[in-house]
Design a protein around this ligand. Structure first.
Ligand SMILES: [Zn+2]
Length: 215
């Protein structure tokens, strides 16, 4: 094992696949430095501006050159890293690849593969109480309300987050699938596929087991 060898782990997974949770767990277990692109962008944009609204309310992607500029500003090349939320376009995929290679990184892409039908059913069954914010899930026994559609604690009518309604979620999934093909194609030699349908700890162990071979 060469302790000077640096590794960059790119996390890729559909919305709702647990990518963020797994990235955080990986950070906790390995001490690798994690960059969550949406957090960095949030730090850089001013709330209340049109651009902020477009990016964080309307889901419009920040242009590539702006993304590169922000990433470069926060990036420190001395440690092992985990990347979440970058790349998200073809140009970002190529740019990042070259950038990491120039900084002598071994690149590995963790692709959290999940069953889409299960994913859609899990996400679109999430509800919450607008009054006490308790979370419910109409598919999971332990999170089902006693009376369908009504909060156990205060009787409020349960609602869904916009992102969790099937129409919006399906749109996000479709966008992800297009981007996924592009990214997997650029990084095809570096892909480590992990079955994301298992429980959180099993998936986490599998990720560690796969990357340890390169560290
Ligand atoms: Zn409630």
């Amino acid at each position: 094992m060469d302790s000077k060898k640096k590794i960059a782990i790119i996390m890729l997974g559909a919305p709702g696949s647990g990518k963020g949770t797994q990235g955080k767990l990986l950070e906790d277990k390995t001490g690798f430095k994690r960059y969550v692109m949406s957090d960095l962008i949030k730090k850089e944009l001013t709330p209340g501006t049109l651009l902020y609204k477009q990016v964080f309310k309307e889901g419009i992607l920040l242009n590539d050159s702006h993304v590169f500029e922000i990433f470069r500003k926060y990036f420190k090349s001395e440690s092992d890293i985990i990347l979440d939320g970058i790349p998200r376009t073809l140009d970002q995929a190529y740019w990042l690849y070259g950038f990491l290679k120039n900084h002598y990184y071994t690149i590995k892409l963790i692709f959290l593969n999940v069953d889409e039908t299960q994913l859609i059913s899990r996400i679109t069954s999430r509800y919450y109480c607008p009054k006490c914010h308790r979370l419910y899930n109409s598919q999971l026994k332990e999170l089902m309300p006693k009376i369908e559609g009504v909060c156990d604690d205060d009787g409020e009518i349960l609602i869904q987050r916009d992102d969790d309604t099937s129409q919006i979620f399906n749109e996000r999934l479709e966008i992800f699938n297009t981007v996924k093909e592009i990214i997997l194609n650029v990084y095809k030699a570096e892909i480590l596929e992990v079955n994301g349908d298992e429980d959180i700890e099993t998936v986490s162990k599998e990720i560690i087991r796969k990357i340890i071979l390169y560290k």
